[in-house]
Design a protein around this ligand. Structure first.
Ligand code: GLA
Length: 397
C-alpha cells in the first residue's frame, strides 16, 4: 500500500468513525537498524534508515478534554482524558498515544481533547518500530492540532517517554530518531551522546531485504530492560577502574573491556562486549560507506550478528537461520538481526538487481531449517515523518 493510499483509507475511516472532517494528518515511517545494536542507550552510534511503510495519524479538535482514539485496523475506540492521561488496561494499543498525549499536554497551558484515528502498514511485532511510527505520527499531528511546536528531538523524546512510562520498555531514542530524520536512499547516522544526526548516502548499489521471522520471545520487554540494566552496571564498573571519565559504555574501548572485564560479574561483562564492539563497527561501517565498499560493510553486519549471538544473546533460532542462509548465498553482502532482537526481523544487504534471486534462495534455505516460510520484502531507505495535506485524500477519493 502506498503512503497516499494509506492516507486516503485513514481519512475515510476517520469520517466513518467520527462523522466529521479531519483537521490535521501526519505520517511517520517505521525503521530498520542497519548497524549498531543496543548502542543507543549506551550513548553510542547507530546507522539506521526510515523505511517505506509507516503510520498515518489523523485528528480533529474537540471542545472539552476528552480524547477519542480509534485504531483504524480494528475500528475500536479508546476514550481517555487529556488532563489525566493514564494507561489503558483494556486497549493496550492506545497506550503509546496516551503517553504522547501526556508529553504534548505538558507543553500546553491546558491540555485539550481530540478525535483521532491511526492506520498503519508497518507490520506489528516485526521489529520495524510500528510503535515509534505511531508515537511520532501522533506527536506531530497532535502538536499541530494544539498549536505547540516541539523540535524533532522533543518529539523523539516524547515518543521515548511514552515507551518508558506507558509501555514499560526502557528503550533508547533510535526508533523515533530514525522515523523523524530518515531521507530517501540515505542512512541516518546518529551520535546518541550529542544527539547529532546526519545522513549518509547509501549509493545505488545497495538494497535491503527484511526477513520477518514471526518469532517473538514471550519475555521480550523484560529481556530488553535486563540487557540495559547489565550495560549500566558494566559502565559503573568501568568508571571505577579506568583513568578517564565513563558515563556510559560509549566511553569504553574494546582493549579496556579486555583488560578490565575480570572485575565485573561475568554476565554483565559479556553483555557489555556487544555495544562496545558495535560502536567500533558503526564507525568503521561509516567509513566503508564513504569508500563505497559495501562488501566490507556487509562483513561488519555479519560480525554484528555474531556478537549478538555470542555476547548479547538477543538472537533466536529463526534469526540465526536467516543469517546462516544468507551466508551461503554468494550474492548476499551481509546480514544481521535488526532492532531489539529475540525475534522480529533480520536485515540482508544485497545489490538491487539481486532482489528476486536472493529472496527465492533465502526462503528456500530458511524453510528447510525452520519448516515454514518467513516474510521477505525489499525495503527502501525513505523520507522521515511529515505533515500530510489533510484535504488531499477527500479530493482524490
Ligand atoms: C529497540 C529499541 C531501540 C534500540 C534497539 C536496539 O528497537 O526501541 O531504542 O535500543 O532496540 O538497538
Amino acid at each position: 500500500m502506498t503512503k497516499d493510499t494509506l492516507h486516503q483509507k485513514a481519512a475515510a475511516k476517520f469520517r466513518e468513525a467520527f462523522e466529521r472532517e479531519p483537521a490535521v494528518a501526519a505520517y511517520a515511517p517505521g525503521r530498520v537498524e542497519v548497524l549498531g545494536n543496543h548502542t543507543d542507550y549506551n550513548e553510542g552510534f547507530v546507522l539506521s534508515a526510515a523505511i517505506d511503510c509507516g503510520t498515518c495519524f489523523i485528528a480533529a479538535p474537540t471542545d472539552g478534554t476528552t480524547c477519542r482514539l480509534v485504531a483504524g485496523d480494528l475500528m475500536e475506540m479508546a476514550t481517555f482524558s487529556a488532563e489525566r492521561p493514564t494507561p489503558s488496561r483494556r486497549h493496550s494499543w492506545a497506550n503509546y498515544v496516551i503517553g504522547v498525549v501526556a508529553g504534548v499536554g505538558a507543553m500546553q497551558r491546558r491540555p485539550k481533547g481530540f478525535d483521532g484515528l491511526f492506520l498503519s502498514n508497518v507490520p506489528l511485532g516485526a521489529g520495524l518500530s510500528s510503535s515509534a511510527a505511531l508515537e511520532v505520527s501522533a506527536g506531530m499531528a497532535l502538536s499541530a492540532l494544539h498549536g505547540v511546536t516541539p523540535s524533532a528531538l522533543d518529539l523523539a523524546r516524547i515518543g521515548q517517554r511514552a515507551e518508558h512510562d506507558y509501555a514499560g520498555v526502557k528503550c533508547g531514542l533510535l526508533d523515533q530518531i530514525s522515523s523523524l530524520f530518515g531521507e530517501p536512499d540515505r542512512l541516518v547516522m546518529t551520535d546518541f551522546r550529542s544527539l547529532k544526526v546526519e545522513t549518509v548516502p547509501l549509493g545505488t548499489d545497495a538494497a535491503f531485504l527484511m526477513c520477518r521471522t514471526h518469532a517473538r520471545h514471550a519475555l521480550v520487554d523484560g529481556e530488553y530492560n535486563a540487557r540495559r540494566h547489565h550495560c549500566e552496571e558494566a559502565a559503573r564498573h568501568f568508571a571505577t577502574v579506568l583513568p578517564h571519565p565513563v558515563t556510559a559504555l560509549r566511553d569504553v574501548s574494546w582493549a579496556e573491556w579486555e583488560q578490565h572485564r575480570d572485575g565485573l560479574n561475568p554476565l554483565a561483562a559479556r553483555r557489555a562486549a556487544h555495544p562496545i564492539g558495535e560502536n567500533d563497527r558503526v564507525r568503521r561501517g561509516r567509513q566503508c560507506l564513504a569508500d563505497g565498499n559495501l562488501a566490507a560493510f556487509g562483513q561488519l553486519m555479519y560480525e554484528s550478528h555474531e556478537s549478538s549471538q555470542k555476547y548479547f544473546e538477543n538472537s533466536c533460532e529463526q534469526l540465526d537461520a536467516v543469517v546462516a542462509a544468507a551466508r551461503q548465498i554468494p550474492l548476499v553482502l551481509g546480514a544481521r538481526l535488526s532492532g531489539g532482537g529475540f525475534g522480529g526481523s533480520a536485515v540482508v544487504l544485497i545489490h538491487p538487481r539481486d532482489v528476486e534471486v536472493v529472496s527465492v534462495a533465502l526462503q528456500k534455505a530458511y524453510q528447510k531449517v525452520i519448516g515454514h516460510p518467513c516474510d521477505i520484502r525489499a525495503i527502501r531507505a525513505s523520507g522521515g515523518a511529515h505533515m500530510l495535506d489533510v484535504t488531499a485524500p477527500a479530493a482524490a477519493s
